[in-house]
Design a protein around this ligand. Structure first.
Ligand SMILES: Nc1ncnc2c1ncn2[C@@H]1O[C@H](COP(=O)(O)OP(=O)(O)OP(=O)(O)O)[C@@H](O)[C@H]1O
Ligand SMILES: [Mg+2]
Length: 230
């Protein structure tokens, strides 16, 4: 579904991404692991076009999107859940969800399915985003990204600062979405157990490079837990 080839990214004089390549397949969760500051978010922003890549290419479902701006990528089927959620605190849950439909023609209704995935959002439909708990905001951010029916969903550390019961719920939703085989999922995580449970495929980053990759089922045997804890 998504293919990135030889991505290089710089902030000022620092070389942040060094020739990163990856492929995310339909029906699979591709997990990207790595400690603080190794370039995970920069990689996701490069995939979304939030920061334009210096060299390398990104293709979505066979179409070259390397130079497309973010909203064009959303329109072509990419959903993005940024680190820290970035929901609109002064807008209601319903309005936040509508933002996820902004690029759809006319007045497309909010898919009822989102409320099956995250029942709390139905209950809190008219509350302001800023009044939700961290975990509820994360669910809202995921639902907003799903509203337009993406074929690729990108999540940046969805478990960060969230209570265990909601982490479980989010994990269940991610697995279910992948198992439908209509979507590819890229998940950036530092929480090893959550990542290992969901990963069909994994990549480990260090200083802007992918230093190890493999199948999710082999993560423990291939020593990824140790890599993350050093
Ligand atoms: N806008 C920016 N301008 C300059 N440097 C930046 C900018 N954003 C990030 N960096 C630097 O780029 C490097 C990679 O940052 P990035 O946010 O991609 O890491 P990360 O792996 O997502 O970290 P974390 O796990 O803490 O979220 C870090 O050294 C960071 O300080
Ligand atoms: Mg980050």
């Amino acid at each position: 579904m998504l293919k990135a080839d030889g991505l290089n990214q710089y902030y000022g004089g620092s070389h942040i991404l060094r020739g990163v390549s990856l492929e995310a397949r339909l029906g699979e969760v591709t997990v990207i692991l790595g400690r603080n500051g190794v370039g995970k978010t920069t990689l996701l922003k490069s995939l979304m076009g939030v920061v334009p890549v210096k060299t390398g290419s990104v293709t979505l479902d066979g179409t070259d999107i390397t130079r497309d701006v973010p909203y064009e990528r959303v329109r072509q089927g990419m959903g993005y859940v940024p680190q820290g959620r970035e929901i609109f605190g002064r807008l209601t849950v319903e309005e936040n969800l509508r933002m996820g439909l902004a690029y759809k023609p006319g007045r497309t209704p909010i898919p009822a399915e989102l409320f099956e995935l995250f029942p709390i959002l139905k209950q809190f439909m008219h509350r302001r985003g800023g009044d939700l708990s961290g975990g509820q905001q994360q669910q809202l951010a995921i639902a907003r990204a799903l509203a337009a029916g993406p074929k690729l969903l990108i999540l940046d550390e969805p478990t960060e600062g969230i209570q265990p019961s909601i982490i479980k719920d989010i994990g269940r939703v991610i697995r279910m979405l992948a198992d439908r085989k209509t979507m590819a999922i890229i998940l950036v995580e530092q929480y090893y157990d959550f990542a290992a449970e969901l990963a069909d495929q994994y990549l480990v980053m260090e200083r802007g490079e992918v230093i190890q990759r493999g199948r999710g089922a082999d993560m423990e045997a291939e020593g990824v837990r140790q890599l993350m804890s050093i």
